[in-house]
Design a protein around this ligand. Structure first.
Ligand SMILES: Cc1cc2nc3c(=O)[nH]c(=O)nc-3n(C[C@H](O)[C@H](O)[C@H](O)COP(=O)(O)OP(=O)(O)OC[C@H]3O[C@@H](n4cnc5c(N)ncnc54)[C@H](O)[C@@H]3O)c2cc1C
Ligand code: SF4
Ligand code: SF4
Length: 240
């Protein structure tokens, strides 16, 4: 649908082609003009580990998806998952892409005999809890706008968006409120050496035997990603 439904001025084809090529380079084999009529039979014939059905909104009624009447296609049959427009809810590329990510988690967990649970979101952190002395003052940039006379001559986007460098700049202004972005400030600020660094992307481990609950790490943390909590019959400890 992104190629034949969404107009090219909204979804430039060179970008779409590049994204499909990128998916191919990741090892996905794409079979074009290959119609699937019976999902379970195809699954058995192909000896697949799992199936993800993403057939869009238009042809969904014609395909025999087992237990579709159950109203919950996703997870309704073991090993068969579904997402995008074929499932109920908002129909847009953003949602379809999100369903793909969620399905990847669910399928990975299912193959490992587990069930995937979305991790809970961090608590909302208000502005006054941030420690902003770490941050450089960096103003937001205005996005370029198409001149009024040009808008009447075509379908080019009025709000032109940012190029790669400007996008990076805007992303770097994020305060990451409530989320650890691994700046090591708490690690450097802990007087007890209670905070250990894990691999990149895996955060830190706090040794509760060493932690005195002094709160220095919290004072150091720009994004208020650490909190102190009390454990029954034990001293207060930090938690990141
Ligand atoms: C005219 C139009 C304009 C839109 N504009 C926007 C927009 O500007 N922005 C936005 O975010 N969203 C837009 N959308 C919605 C967006 O296109 C969809 O939400 C999105 O493409 C859904 O992705 P999907 O993978 O679930 O399904 P699709 O993109 O529909 O892909 C389903 C694929 O499955 C194939 N298929 C179907 N049945 C079978 C079968 N039996 N066997 C094998 N293959 C099969 C189809 O051929 C198709 O390639 C628009 C939709 C339409 C119709
Ligand atoms: S609260 Fe614990 S982890 Fe944080 S700085 Fe103090 S001793 Fe270190
Ligand atoms: S918890 Fe805070 S101070 Fe520690 S690394 Fe993460 S963002 Fe930096």
């Amino acid at each position: 649908m992104m190629r034949y439904g969404i107009p090219s001025y909204r979804r430039p084809r060179p970008i779409l082609n590049a994204e499909i090529a990128c998916i191919g380079r990741m090892g996905v084999r794409i079979s074009l003009n290959r119609r699937v009529d019976q999902v379970e039979i195809e699954n058995q014939l192909g000896d697949f580990d799992a199936v993800f059905v993403a057939i869009g909104a238009h042809l969904g009624e014609q395909v025999d998806i087992p237990k579709r009447d159950a109203g919950k296609v996703l997870d309704a049959v073991p090993g068969i998952f579904a997402g995008g427009d074929v499932t109920p809810g908002t129909r847009s590329v953003t949602y379809a892409t999100g369903h793909g990510g969620k399905a990847a988690h669910c399928i990975h967990a299912w193959l490992n005999q587990r069930t995937w649970q979305k991790p809970p979101s961090s608590a909302l952190v208000p502005y006054e809890k941030l420690h902003l002395w770490y941050h450089t003052e960096a103003n937001s940039q205005a996005q370029p706008m198409l001149a009024a006379e040009q808008r009447q001559r075509g379908f080019d986007e009025v709000l032109q968006g940012f190029d790669k460098d400007r996008t990076r700049y805007e992303a770097s202004r994020c305060y990451c409120c409530g989320n650890c972005f691994e700046c090591d400030a708490c690690y450097g600020g802990c007087p007890e050496g209670a905070i250990g660094i894990l691999d990149t992307g895996h955060g830190y481990r706090i040794d509760y035997e060493l932690c005195t609950g002094c709160g220095a790490c919290i004072a150091q943390c720009p994004s208020h990603a650490i909190s102190l909590f009390s454990r029954p019959n034990q001293p207060t400890g930090a938690n990141t």
